[in-house]
Design a protein around this ligand. Structure first.
Ligand SMILES: Nc1ncnc2c1ncn2[C@@H]1O[C@H](COP(=O)(O)OP(=O)(O)OP(=O)(O)O)[C@@H](O)[C@H]1O
Ligand SMILES: [Mg+2]
Length: 224
């Protein structure tokens, strides 16, 4: 069976001043449709780097990533951007909301850049589901950290992606809100088969994942 998302032999080197740092040495992962994978690792171990490569936001030094059978590491930028917008959702560590747009506009933005799938929830519905129905016309600066995070989560889900990559999605949320976000993730996976790769330090998130992977010394290993 072909995995939904597959990365093989990912190497990532950064040039820093006159040095070369190897962050990922040989990182591989295989994620099935509807699977929730938690990715753990110490600070600086390469978690953000790895999910950026999985989602085609950054290119590896070597190695390949396939999404739904397409080698995204071989795609030209334009096709890659289109695929990213329609099939991949991101929740970044730093939210990356657009300051001049309201919560609702931020969630609406990625919608229908490509084709708009039938029967998917609207931006407003996503925000309501995530408990932000009363914050639709607030700007990011007028929202708490946890609220901004939920706007970012709604934005990641609005195009009904095949996989959602989340970098510390519950980091700024209190435990009750974090539970609600987790319930939403589990519900979505059950109903639409969305897969999630979730970078987390939160044991509650890791305990509800199907699989826990660790990244250390540039490689990804399964939890013992
Ligand atoms: N553009 C860059 N240029 C040089 N070094 C970089 C660059 N991006 C990341 N690094 C280095 O790569 C390493 C891994 O960074 P990364 O952000 O992936 O870690 P992380 O596991 O997400 O950490 P954290 O848990 O703190 O978010 C770090 O040592 C970082 O300094
Ligand atoms: Mg990080």
């Amino acid at each position: 069976m072909i995995a939904l998302l597959e990365a093989r032999g990912i190497v990532k080197e950064f040039r820093f001043r006159d040095r070369c740092i190897t962050v990922l040495k040989d990182a591989s992962i295989s994620v099935q449709k509807g699977e929730i994978v938690a990715l753990l690792g110490p600070s600086g171990s390469g978690k953000t780097t790895f999910v950026s490569i999985l989602g085609g936001l950054d290119r590896p030094t070597s190695g390949s990533v396939w999404l739904e059978g397409t080698a995204i590491t071989a795609l030209a930028e334009k096709r890659l951007a289109r695929l990213r917008n329609s099939r991949i959702g991101f929740v970044f560590q730093s939210f990356n909301l657009i300051p001049g747009l309201t919560a609702l506009e931020n969630v609406e933005l990625p919608r229908c850049f490509g084709h708009c799938p039938e029967g998917v929830r609207s931006a407003r519905e996503w925000l309501e589901l995530l408990g932000l129905g009363h914050r639709l016309s607030h700007f990011p600066a007028e929202l708490s950290g946890g609220e901004q995070q939920r706007v970012a989560i709604a934005r990641a889900l609005v195009n009904d992606p095949a996989v959602v990559l989340m970098d510390e999605p519950t980091g700024n949320l209190d435990s009750l809100t974090a539970e609600e976000v987790l319930d939403t993730i589990l519900d979505l996976r059950r109903r639409s088969g969305t897969a999630f790769v979730v970078v987390t330090h939160n044991p509650a998130v890791a305990s509800r994942a199907d699989r826990v992977m660790h990244i250390r010394d540039g490689v990804v290993t399964a939890s013992a």
